[in-house]
Design a protein around this ligand. Structure first.
Ligand SMILES: C[S@@+](CC[C@H](N)C(=O)[O-])C[C@H]1O[C@@H](n2cnc3c(N)ncnc32)[C@H](O)[C@@H]1O
Length: 372
């Protein structure tokens, strides 16, 4: 009997699941359990696919186009095969570009053919050889498929068990979610922002003060507002702003890989597309003047820009009420004189001095609200 079934019978499932968040186990899962596995690999492209398909944020294997393909091939029903293929190719067309892969009719067909081949070979062999990778995410129900959506789909369609390695979420982050950029995980192997689900940290980062920082803002600042988060990193302030009452949040971030993860966390935290992210380089990309936001977050981003006047341009033209501006450590208003002169705010309020990061606890990082 699978351990999951045993713990359910004994009524200790929740305790066991919490413990296993940090443990690695190997288990065999059967068809009914596999169908309920949750999709993990959200990125900025496939999130749009699920959205325009009117699918919920929480996608299970049974709802994936991958499963529909495997099931149609098993059934041999030619209409079902055509329909599932169309949907699967559409999914790939949304998903691949967010990994920098260009799609063409031939590479999409090739991918589909390889998948069908695997379904047929697995059916002939009567078993799946490879191990899939699952995780449990604190605060969320069920297992998430980190690696192996196709294999799980085949197993479920053919009624075969899968062997799975279940890793804790912190291990999954380290092994499957590395981002080469400095503001990815290239500084001390830590994400810049701690990762929160439902306001609780599930993976520690260099900034653990996301919600403390938001709590320093005047309480009425975000309620019902639209927010633009410039240099949003993996999206924790954007998601936090939404959870603090903002109505709509758009995050802009130069790294496409970081944008993918920000989108993933917005899906996990059930706020997409009210919170959405765009790859955007402040130094070279332009925001349309028609895009107006009540509040701008410009947090520790000014010094990273080659053309900081572009940030001022956004503050001036795309933000109507206030900019929440976090300076870099040991800076003061004089260091941002050009920015302030360009935008011409009516009032400036210092709301906090924050720690640089978890490694430097002196309170040297200023946080202001600049009111228009
Ligand atoms: C120090 S981090 C601050 C992240 C976030 N604003 C916060 O305070 O938690 C700077 C962020 O700005 C992003 N960034 C740097 N240059 C950028 C540019 N030219 N356009 C957009 N984002 C940029 C980095 O990738 C990184 O995520």
């Amino acid at each position: 009997m699978a351990i999951a079934q045993l713990t359910r019978m004994l009524g200790v499932e929740r305790k066991y699941n919490r413990l296993r968040t940090y443990l690695t186990t190997s288990e065999e899962f059967l068809r009914e359990e596999i169908l309920e596995f949750h999709f993990f690999q959200f990125n900025s492209g496939n999130a749009k696919y699920f959205l325009q398909n009117d699918q919920p944020l929480d996608v299970q294997i049974a709802e994936l186009p991958h499963y529909q393909v495997a099931e149609s091939v098993r059934s041999g029903d030619s209409m079902a095969i055509e329909k599932a293929k169309r949907e699967y190719l559409k999914y790939l067309e949304f998903s691949w570009p967010s990994h920098g892969i260009e799609t063409s009719p031939s590479n999409l067909e090739e991918k589909y053919d390889r998948f069908v081949d695997l379904v047929q070979k697995t059916e002939a062999a009567g078993k799946l050889n490879a191990t899939v990778i699952l995780t449990k995410i604190p605060g969320l129900q069920g297992y998430f498929v980190v690696d192996g959506n196709h294999r799980c789909s085949i197993a479920a369609a053919l009624g075969l068990p899968v062997n799975a390695k279940v890793l804790g979420f912190p291990d999954v982050f380290d092994q499957y979610m590395r981002v080469d950029e400095f503001y990815g995980t290239n500084n001390k192997n830590l994400p810049y922002q701690s990762i929160y689900i439902d306001k609780a940290i599930v993976r520690h980062g260099r900034r653990e003060d996301i919600y403390d920082r938001l709590a320093t803002l005047p309480p009425e600042l975000l309620g019902g507002k639209t927010v633009l988060d410039v240099g949003c990193n993996i999206g924790m302030n954007a998601i936090g702003a939404y959870k603090s009452g903002a109505r709509k949040v758009v995050g802009l971030e130069v790294s496409g890989r970081i944008v993918n993860f920000a989108t993933r966390f917005a899906m996990f935290d059930q706020c997409y597309p009210n919170v959405e992210f765009r790859q955007f380089n402040v130094d070279s990309d332009q925001l349309n003047g028609a895009e107006q936001f009540d509040i701008g977050f410009m947090l520790s981003v000014h010094h990273h820009l080659k053309n900081p006047e572009r940030l001022a341009h956004i503050a001036k033209n795309n933000v109507t009420q206030a900019v929440v501006f976090e300076g870099h450590p040991d800076t003061n208003l004089d260091d941002y004189a050009n920015f302030l002169n360009t935008v011409a705010f009516s009032r400036i309020e210092k709301v906090a001095d924050l720690a640089t990061s978890v490694f430097k606890s002196e309170l040297s990082r200023p946080l202001w609200v600049f009111y228009k």
